[in-house]
Design a protein around this ligand. Structure first.
Ligand SMILES: Cc1ncc(COP(=O)(O)OP(=O)(O)O)c(N)n1
Ligand code: 3NM
Ligand code: MG
Length: 218
């Protein structure tokens, strides 16, 4: 089945509100079932973020995610590696400040994959808002988070500053966000969020995604 072209992916990105990063759940063996539940609850983008995986197992996990994402009309995201994103036929590649430079990733991927950037202060956010080849960016962490240990949290001040600067491309708040904290993130000016534990550690991932999605689309 042919994938989406760049215009189709960018249209879906513009509508996206809820972005989930998950590990491959190797200990539970339920990646496809888990992702299906999260997507049924309203997740728009799923990223495989599992630093323990070599490229082979990563591609197998991505193949499982690609099937459920396609069934729900959601986007599939790869973390860090342009070669893996290309091989997996992913829609999105996410790059942090210390990852592959965007022009090199574009050389590997062409224009039919969207590229996102992590930012952790105003200068990085403002650079990502104008950087050629970048389609969206994330600001965070909003709160210190065990999912990204050692990463200092700029907090909601960065969300407020980013919202005030009215960037002309989609951006997401990330880090420590759950349903209870989400109203504060929205009040600070974000309209899109990325979560990990709020869904991966939920007893009922579909209900957790539904609660976040309803607040985001409220
Ligand atoms: C959607 C999204 N936002 C931020 C990150 C973090 O990227 P990075 O800073 O490169 O850290 P790692 O995730 O690679 O540890 C992300 N992966 N996805
Ligand atoms: C992967 C990641 N990147 C961050 C950043 O600020 O760029 S914060 C983060 C972890 C977010 O996990 P949780 O929702 O479990 O707090
Ligand atoms: Mg990275």
């Amino acid at each position: 089945m042919p994938g989406l072209d760049g215009d189709q992916i960018r249209r879906r990105l513009a509508d996206a509100r809820l972005y989930l990063c998950t590990d491959a759940r190797a200990d539970r063996g339920d990646l496809a079932e888990f992702a299906d539940a999260a997507l049924a609850g309203g997740v728009d983008i799923v990223q495989l973020r599992d630093k323990r995986l070599e490229a082979g197992p990563e591609l197998r996990a991505l193949a499982a995610l690609a099937e459920v994402c396609a069934a729900h009309g959601a986007l599939l995201s790869v973390n860090d590696r342009a070669d893996v994103a290309l091989a997996a036929g992913a829609d999105v590649l996410h790059l942090g400040q210390d990852d592959l430079p965007v022009p090199l990733a574009r050389r590997v991927l062409g224009d039919d994959v969207v590229i996102g950037r992590s930012t952790h202060d105003r200068a990085q956010a403002s650079a990502a808002a104008g950087e050629p080849g970048v389609d969206y960016f994330c600001t965070g962490p909003c709160w210190p988070t065990p999912t990204k240990p050692g990463r200092a949290a700029p907090g909601l001040d960065l969300v407020r500053a980013t919202a005030d600067s009215a960037p002309g491309r989609p951006w997401f708040a990330i880090g420590g966000i759950d349903a209870e904290r989400l109203p504060r993130v929205l009040a600070a000016g974000a309209s899109r969020v990325v979560v990990v534990r709020a869904i991966t550690e939920a007893e009922d991932p579909k209900a957790a995604a539904e609660a976040l999605s309803a607040a985001l689309r409220g």
